[in-house]
Write a protein that binds this ligand. Structure first.
Ligand SMILES: CC(C)(COP(=O)(O)OP(=O)(O)OC[C@H]1O[C@@H](n2cnc3c(N)ncnc32)[C@H](O)[C@@H]1OP(=O)(O)O)[C@@H](O)C(=O)NCCC(=O)NCCS
Length: 172
């Protein structure tokens, strides 16, 4: 499996991949492929952190995007990253591709100086990948009225990076 930066010419193939992959997900609303097209236009988008996984035949079977997101704190915004979306082709599930794409993207993000990644997603799945609910760091999703959401999760790229950072994130 080769993991590399996404190219402009991949966008059509990635669109179909995202459609096919999310069609298997019960939580999907079918808009993820269009959402990804919008993400690429955002000023927060970071080309180096949009990766694809290619199989031996060159077929794109996975994608991951990390883009900039602010933690709103009482001392002002702290810019870190949100992971959204990530998917793998159903024929390639459970072969470690999501894990491998994350490890690669996180390594690039670390080198770029980012310290943490947030996401909204399935707690059972993302715990296996090293995420913990963001409330454990005193960071809450803006929609988390009870400050106990399992689905808003955080991953420290640098151990201890979120010590002393508290606030809210407004992410999808
Ligand atoms: C979620 C998804 C990206 C996982 O991709 P994958 O390549 O199959 O995942 P990996 O093989 O790298 O697995 C990583 C870990 O997650 C676990 N895992 C994978 N899919 C899981 C699932 N649906 N539920 C719970 N755990 C899951 C694996 O067992 C593995 O943990 P382990 O090493 O402790 O066994 C893939 O199922 C997918 O694309 N789903 C459809 C789109 C989607 O839901 N994206 C996420 C939106 S929040």
């Amino acid at each position: 499996m080769k993991i590399r930066q996404e190219r402009k010419s991949d966008e059509g193939e990635v669109y179909e991949l995202v459609k096919t992959s999310f069609a298997t997900a019960s939580h999907s609303d079918g808009t993820e492929a269009d959402y990804l097209n919008e993400v690429r236009k955002k000023p927060e988008f970071i080309e180096q952190l949009s990766l694809v996984a290619q199989d031996e035949g060159g077929k794109i079977v996975g994608q991951i995007v990390l883009y900039k997101a602010d933690i709103s704190t009482k001392n002002g915004p702290v810019t870190e990253l949100v992971l959204s979306p990530i998917c793998v082709h159903p024929d390639y599930f459970r072969r470690g591709i999501a894990r491998e794409m994350m490890e690669k993207a996180f390594e690039i993000a670390r080198v770029m100086g980012y310290k943490a990644v947030f996401l909204c997603g399935d707690a059972e799945l993302y715990r296996k990948l090293g995420f913990v609910p963001s409330y454990e760091y005193d960071i809450y999703h803006v929609d988390d009225a009870h400050k106990n959401a399992q689905w808003c999760m955080a991953y420290e790229l640098v151990s201890g990076a979120l010590d002393g950072v508290s606030g809210t994130v407004d992410i999808l």
